[in-house]
Design a binder for this molecule. Structure first.
Ligand code: MEV
Length: 329
């Protein structure tokens, strides 16, 4: 029983407040963006999991031990496909094609979004799967890539919307918390700018870990500050205070800079965006490269984009994407 082809998509994400410290139990806020990755899965009769994406082509026999493909660029996709089938008690060769309209390795959650979309599409070849199960399997797949992920990327790519990742690991969509947040969500418009520098989340997370181990007191006080900024941001979002949210974004960038995950290019983009009229801006995700997220006035999007291209950078605008993972019939 089942179908021969299934398609699912998952959104990109941007962390607005609290990255890195969320790994150490501090709260964070992240949003889904209006860019998606699409996974098309088809059944094959060669007994292999085969994956094609911009990263290349991989082919492994079914039921391979994950350590046999640990150096494969698609290891988390292979694992995602295998675990979706395991959940539904199936063993079948599948081909997975990944197509994305946002870049990989740029802090926009491509790794979580590709695993979320793969799990949903492979599962719907054989049956159905809940969002909670997609999230759980995606987090397991993320562990293959990043060792110690907080789960925030998988949460946003699965559930969509504006998400608060609580201190106790609870995941909450802010619009489901109270109507003030639902109204506020429509007021937020972002510009995402690509620094052009590829980053590696695992390496940046390990760098922060080394910092935590070597300067415990300083790290603890930076973590406290991150929490305070995130909590203030919650109030500012609820009150639709765009100027304040922007200020807090830029403050969060300075904190991440102090943590050692920014660089001159990222600082320069933040500086230029704010100078050109954004409410605020910061690096998003692991840092070291990747993207900058800024809060903008919707009407200024076009002017800001052309200012950016005159500096040699590319970007796109987005509001909050409501939908998380979607399975297409
Ligand atoms: C990566 O998008 C966000 C980090 O906080 C790592 C994590 O939360 O797993 C840097």
């Amino acid at each position: 029983m089942g179908r021969n082809i299934a398609v699912a998509s998952a959104p990109a994400k941007a962390i607005l407040f609290g990255e890195h410290f969320v790994v150490y139990g501090k709260p964070a806020i992240a949003t889904a963006l209006k860019r998606r990755v699409r996974a098309t899965s088809t059944v094959n009769d060669v007994g292999k999991i085969r994956v094609r994406s911009v990263l290349g082509y991989s082919s492994v026999p079914l039921s391979s031990d994950p350590h046999l493909y640990e150096h494969d660029p698609h290891r988390h996709i292979i694992y995602s496909a295998a675990s979706a089938m395991r959940l539904l008690d199936r063993q079948q060769g599948v081909d997975v094609l990944l197509e994305s309209d946002f870049p990989y390795g740029m802090g926009l959650g491509a790794s979580a979004a590709t695993s979320v979309a793969t799990i949903a599409s492979v599962a719907s070849l054989f049956g159905s799967i809940s969002k909670d199960e997609v999230f759980k399997l995606s987090l397991e797949a993320e562990r293959l890539v990043h060792r110690n992920p907080s789960g925030i990327d998988s949460a946003v790519c699965t559930y969509g919307g504006l998400v608060l990742f609580n201190k106790d690991g609870r995941i909450e969509r802010l619009d489901e918390r109270c109507s003030d947040y639902s109204y506020a969500l429509h007021a937020l418009h972002f510009m995402v700018v690509n620094s052009g520098i590829m980053k590696d989340t695992g390496t940046m997370v390990m760098k922060v870990k080394a910092r935590e181990e070597s300067s415990k007191e300083e790290f603890a006080s930076l973590a406290e500050m991150s929490e305070v900024i995130t909590m203030h941001a919650l109030y500012a979002i609820r009150g639709r205070d765009l100027a304040r949210i922007g200020e807090l974004l830029t403050l969060n960038h300075m904190l991440l800079r102090r943590l050692g995950v920014s660089n001159d290019t990222l600082d320069t983009i933040v500086y230029r965006l704010v100078k050109d009229g954004a409410y605020g801006a910061k690096l998003t995700g692991a840092g070291g490269g990747g993207c900058i997220i800024s809060l903008i006035d919707d009407a200024k999007g076009t002017t800001l984009l052309s200012a950016l291209s005159s500096y040699g950078y590319e970007g796109f605008t987005s509001s909050i994407e409501d939908d998380g993972v979607i399975t297409l019939d």
